[in-house]
Design a protein around this ligand. Structure first.
Ligand SMILES: *Cc1c(COP(=O)(O)O)cnc(C)c1O
Length: 225
């Protein structure tokens, strides 16, 4: 199927759920993004800063770019002028840098806290205790140019749907707990970014508000990324 047909099929599937589609275009050429754009898609996710910046320069300015991959503090400045959302905040240090660069650009940047839910050592993210510690800290409370919109998580790469379901359920429950405790007065803390091509159906069933889909829309990636 064409990219346009894939997008339309997924949009149909998500229609009555309120779940947003983030089209993950990493490693894919500008032409593929243009095809998705012409099919009506406006939110795109990339995991590398340089690639994101290069594509953003060439593509229409009404695209909302989401950074979904690990972000190094020294690269924040390149995306701060225009990024719509950063899904991968995993330390107070990074958050402070995002705040500093957002201030320089006279904006408030939407962020998600990346929470470690997978049964794998290699994934980035904070555990529950680290997340709570961050939200309680005075350093966090001083930041005025970032807005925490919710949480993001990546489930274990496994054939076991029960395990994936449990991990997504845990993330959704954790989000609800944080909302009660830290964001009672902030209706903007409403996003749970979970679900990729292999597991988005389970994520939607478990209360995802944003799915990040790459290969399902654009075809398989040749290089591992
Ligand atoms: C690559 C990537 C995706 C999309 O993966 P697919 O399996 O191709 O849908 C989603 N989220 C993150 C963080 C990624 O790095």
């Amino acid at each position: 199927m064409s990219i346009a047909a894939n997008i339309s099929a997924i949009k149909d599937e998500l229609k009555n759920t309120g779940v947003q589609l983030i089209a993950v275009s990493k490693t894919k050429p500008v032409e593929s993004i243009t095809e998705a754009y012409e099919a009506g898609q406006r939110i795109f996710g990339e995991n590398m800063v340089q690639e994101l910046v290069e594509k953003a320069e060439k593509l229409p300015k009404d695209i909302e770019w989401h950074l979904i991959g690990h972000l190094q503090t020294n690269k924040v400045k390149y995306i701060a002028p225009f990024i719509s959302m950063i899904h991968s905040v995993d330390s107070i240090k990074l958050l402070q840098e995002i705040n500093k660069q957002a201030l320089k650009n006279n904006r408030v940047i939407d962020c998600l806290l990346q929470i470690y839910i997978a049964d794998e050592d290699t994934k980035y993210g904070m555990d529950f205790a680290e997340t709570i510690e961050l939200l309680r800290s005075d350093e966090f409370k001083a930041l005025k140019n970032i807005r925490i919109r919710g949480v993001m998580g990546i489930a274990t790469l496994t054939e076991n749907p029960r395990m994936i379901r449990d991990e997504f359920h845990e993330l959704k429950t954790f989000h609800s707990g944080l909302k009660e405790t830290f964001f009672r007065k902030d209706p903007g803390f409403d996003q749970v970014s979970m679900g990729m091509s292999g597991d988005y159906k389970i994520a939607v069933e478990q209360g995802s508000t944003m799915v990040r889909l790459g290969s399902t829309l654009f075809g398989n990636r040749t290089k591992k990324n």
